[in-house]
Design a protein around this ligand. Structure first.
Ligand SMILES: Nc1ncnc2c1ncn2[C@@H]1O[C@H](COP(=O)(O)OP(=O)(O)OP(=O)(O)O)[C@@H](O)[C@H]1O
Ligand SMILES: [Mg+2]
Length: 449
């Protein structure tokens, strides 16, 4: 990564407190860099194809050498090389973000205006001492992120979702909507997707629960993965979808395609936001309706947020078993309430009881993910949706994480079955899957999981 050599000064991660921005920047030869960079940008011929990195590099190098010679800037050979790489990185790459993007231990990058950058590592947010020169530099990088997808970010369209070439998900929002300057939120695309074995190793769930979930997918249960933001819903959906047998036709529907399924027979659909004139939007709901005409065996919807919930329910209730989705909610019961609200908002004027009946017969299981105070992510509850009793949907917990305390900032606890045998265990058996006899027995405190 020679391009990054000059950027090391920007990657130091320290100073938890934010300084007031008046302190001198310690970046080496910052002033020369600015002058040279301005000149490079001014002189770089617009005819140079900016996607052709080697060509741009050559053009930049030439102008750079001329500038250094003309201005008689005294630099050692190393300084000169570092300065050049530094400039190339901020013109060509994603500038100061580049080293953060290269660092695989970082999972999220959050830019809140030019002078504040946070990252997430091992589930914990920390502030970096990385700064952009000014808002214009952030905007330039934003431009580089969104232009490949034919988008522009400006006052008239100040919010955009995009993706980096490696698949990382990006959201951009700029003033006047953002009051702290241009903001970039990047969810890094994991180079190697987490597997269920990783999840068990990371103590996200017990091996018993993992084996049970695999059986649930194979037995074609309809599953909702619930959790707050960044709790690992998409990652989990990806892992569970991986258990869908290879002979089935899978249709995935997402806002920004993140799922990476390895089966041969997968059709991936992605919704489309409205263009600058406000036209051409294709929402998730329309894709769900369309997917039903594509002879799916399974429909996997990245996240239900709105009216598509109704269509998903109808799909699940009309023979598309084994479908899966995620929802933003804090408990498994809350997830069903959220779906209920979404359905009511679909504007079909359905009576509440009818909606609840649809929900209780569509979903078999809801799984809750949480990010705990120590940054670890856990499957905290796995609940069965049993049916209706009067006007309420009856749920029963099958597995849960029992927290026993917190020691030195680390959450302690254990996973256990609740002792309840789910009604759908019959479906699992009918699918010819035999789970260990003690699957549903509580392990008790201190037991190995
Ligand atoms: N069990 C886990 N242990 C550790 N890290 C995890 C785990 N699950 C997911 N992650 C990481 O957490 C981050 C968020 O994961 P993911 O995108 O799946 O969350 P999400 O709930 O779908 O977020 P959003 O609400 O933004 O869609 C990713 O960087 C992912 O690699
Ligand atoms: Mg997600």
């Amino acid at each position: 990564m020679t391009v990054l050599r000059g950027m090391r000064s920007g990657t130091r991660l320290a100073t938890p407190q934010r300084d007031d921005g008046t302190a001198e920047r310690t970046e080496p030869y910052g002033d020369i860099k600015q002058r040279v960079q301005r000149r490079l940008l001014a002189e770089l011929s617009p005819s140079v194809e900016t996607n052709n990195i080697p060509e741009v590099r050559r053009a930049l190098e030439q102008i750079f050498n001329e500038t250094i010679a003309e201005e008689q800037i005294p630099l050692t050979r190393t300084e000169r090389a570092n300065l050049f790489e530094d400039i190339v990185a901020s013109i060509l790459g994603f500038g100061p973000l580049e080293p953060l993007l290269q660092d695989d231990s970082i999972t999220e990058i959050l830019v809140n205006g030019y002078d504040q950058v946070f990252i997430e590592r091992s589930g914990i947010l920390e502030e970096t001492d990385l700064r952009f020169r000014d808002s214009a530099e952030v905007l330039r990088i934003i431009d580089r992120i969104v232009s490949p997808i034919g988008r522009r970010v400006d006052e008239s369209s100040p919010m955009v979702d995009a993706r980096l070439p490696d698949g990382s998900r990006v959201n951009v929002i700029i003033p006047p909507l953002s009051l702290v300057g241009p903001c970039i939120s990047i969810r890094k695309f994991p180079k190697t997707a987490l597997t269920m074995d990783d999840m068990v190793r990371l103590d996200t769930l017990s091996q018993d629960a993992a084996t049970f979930l695999k059986a649930c997918v194979e037995a074609r249960l309809n599953i909702v993965i619930s959790g707050g933001t960044s709790t690992g819903k998409t990652t989990f959906l990806n892992i569970l979808s991986g258990y869908i047998p290879g002979h089935e036709r899978i249709i995935t529907i997402e806002d920004a395609a993140e799922l990476q399924l390895h089966q041969r027979h997968v059709v991936r659909l992605e919704s489309r936001p409205a263009n600058i004139e406000g036209k051409g939007q294709v929402p998730i709901r329309q894709l769900v309706i369309n997917a039903l005409r594509m002879r799916p065996d399974r429909i996997v919807v990245g996240e239900v947020r709105g009216a598509e919930a109704l269509d998903m329910l109808q799909a699940m209730n009309t023979g598309h078993d084994g479908s899966m989705t995620t929802a933003h909610a804090n408990t498994t019961r809350d997830a069903l309430r959220r779906v209920e609200t979404m359905v009511l908002m679909a504007g079909m004027d359905l009576p509440l009881r009818a909606v609840r009946e649809q929900i209780s017969s569509a979903f078999d299981m809801v799984l809750q993910l949480e990010r705990l105070t120590d940054g670890t992510r856990k499957v905290t509850t796995i609940s069965e949706v049993q049916g209706m009793e009067g006007d309420t949907v009856v749920m029963q917990d099958i597995f849960r994480f029992a927290q026993t305390g917190v020691r030195e900032g680390k959450v302690e606890g254990f996973f256990t079955a609740t002792g309840v045998r789910p009604r759908f265990s019959e479906k699992i058996e009918a699918a010819g899957i035999i789970l260990p006899a003690n699957t549903y027995l509580p392990t008790g405190k201190g037991a190995k999981h």
